[in-house]
Design a protein around this ligand. Sequence first.
Ligand code: UDP
Length: 239
Amino acid sequence: MRINVLGVGFDNVTMDEAVDRGMELLHSPGTHCVVTPNPEIVEVCRENLAARQAVNGADLVLPDGIGVVKGAKMLGTPLKEKVPGIEFAAGLMERMAAEGRSLYLLGAKPGVAETAGEKLAAKYPGLKIAGTQDGYFQEDGPVVEAIRQSGADCVFVCLGAPKQELWMSRHGQATGARLLCGLGGSLDVFAGVVERAPKFWSDHGLEWFYRLCKNPWRAKRMMKLPLFLVHVRKEKGRK
Ligand code: UDP
């Protein structure tokens, strides 16, 4: 049973369990999707039905960040722990490398996915980079075909939310990949274009604050965070 946080159902798993589930999906016939909503995406889902359906329709819904974990706790239905998408991706790549699996990197500005691919191939020997494509393409068809041709087992779809969730639910199956993971800005981090917050900040639930200080332009987007807490409080009052 999923844990409902303002209309988004989260899988109640630890990081290790999430990676195990990801690998199970990779081994199962058919196409499967993993999404990693943070409070900002939950807020988007409250207003956007298509986004909500795409997120809830995924096979694995992971709480990316402390905000969702706090929200679930306030609602009296705690989640085991935060499962940041980027750490989930790292765990998955380690396991995929051990099995010699292939990964396609889709998203971010031109050049970023290639650099990320080079760095990831060096970091995870055995992992095959099946192909890369930046996230500013005009037509979906050729991109879907390129992924299909590459024969990738897994695709990291990093187009920002809710674009990546909608893209995966519309085109996932046609790519022929077993697993697609929506991972926001992860390729920028893997390529070394953007730094993740140092451990101290994330250990103290302050990764969002670090990102805000580094990128003040995020302030408008981040206003969704206090809004999320207001909505959780309201929902709690109704219970
Ligand atoms: N992006 C993209 N295509 C688009 C819009 C965004 O590839 O049409 C990329 C953008 O370059 C960035 C990622 O999507 O690499 C979104 O990053 P952001 O930090 O906003 O995502 P978050 O991790 O906060 O969800």
